[in-house]
Design a protein around this ligand. Structure first.
Ligand SMILES: *[C@@H]1O[C@H](CO)[C@@H](O)[C@H](O)[C@H]1NC(C)=O
Ligand SMILES: *[C@@H]1O[C@H](CO)[C@@H](O)[C@H](O)[C@H]1NC(C)=O
Ligand SMILES: *[C@@H]1O[C@H](CO)[C@@H](O)[C@H](O)[C@H]1NC(C)=O
Length: 221
């Protein structure tokens, strides 16, 4: 009898462990907040993280000004992102959420990229965007749409996606992301611009092109 109870408890413990592993990205907080600090003086240690002593927290730990200011899109892509993550607002630490402002010059592009730690939900504030994401192997299906002002679109966590301004006026979007630090991997930069470079042999086979094409692409990043 005792043995059976112990077994059941062990199963429950395993289930709790695996179910929380399966669903947790940013861990759920066990306190009201845990304002991240760089300085190890005057910190307390909560949930394995350095946090500011909660008594010291002020409104500025939860504040970021200036998201009305357009990003500078004078670059090759005609695109700029202004991130508002835990690096800008220490109070986001442990809360599993962040924000970004996306600015597009006419026909500007946020090139194919992925957020390894966060789903993105985007709202078009101005202009129109052609957006899309690609499902994982083996289908690699493109799911895409042209969005207008006020439209909302979701990019599921980890999937490669892009946004392109398809109008001849600037476009602006605001995105929420389900991580305090969602991360970005820009596909072209990661594959052709890694330091040190991925060998030409690997890339010629992977992309089924000759080595001159690979060298040309590597030179762009
Ligand atoms: C912590 O350091 C980072 C990188 O140096 C900086 O961007 C950030 O503003 C700092 N955060 C605080 C709360 O001082
Ligand atoms: C925008 O960026 C370009 C290129 O880096 C730079 O020349 C220009 O001065 C910047 N404009 C503003 C308003 O900061
Ligand atoms: C590129 O391929 C050509 C023809 O196979 C070969 O002669 C050359 O050495 C290669 N260059 C590099 C950098 O691998």
């Amino acid at each position: 009898m005792k043995k059976a109870v112990a077994e059941i408890l062990a199963y429950i413990a395993l289930w709790v462990m695996f179910s929380s592993l399966a669903y947790a990205y940013d861990p759920s907080p066990l306190q009201d907040f845990c304002v991240a600090v760089n300085d190890s003086n005057s910190v307390v240690f909560v949930n394995g993280k350095f946090c500011q002593d909660p008594k010291m927290a002020t409104a500025n730990d939860f504040f970021f000004p200036g998201l009305n200011v357009p990003g500078n899109t004078s670059n090759k892509l005609g695109f700029m992102v202004t991130q508002v993550t835990v690096n800008q607002i220490g109070g986001l630490n442990t809360l599993g959420i962040s924000l970004a402002r996306l600015d597009f010059a006419p026909y500007g592009l946020n090139p194919p990229h992925t957020h390894p730690r966060g789903t993105e939900i985007l709202t078009v504030m101005e202009g129109s965007l052609f957006v899309g994401f690609v499902t994982s192997n083996p289908d690699n299906r493109l799911i895409s749409k042209v969005l207008c002002q006020g439209d909302v679109f979701v990019f599921p966590i980890g999937l490669i996606h892009f946004q392109q301004n398809v109008g001849n006026t600037p476009a602006v979007a605001i995105s929420g992301l389900s991580s305090q630090n969602p991360g970005v991997i820009t596909i072209a930069n990661a594959v052709f611009g890694s330091k040190p470079p991925i060998s030409v042999d690997v890339l010629t086979k992977a992309f089924q092109v000759d080595n001159n094409t690979v060298s040309y692409l590597q030179a762009q990043f």
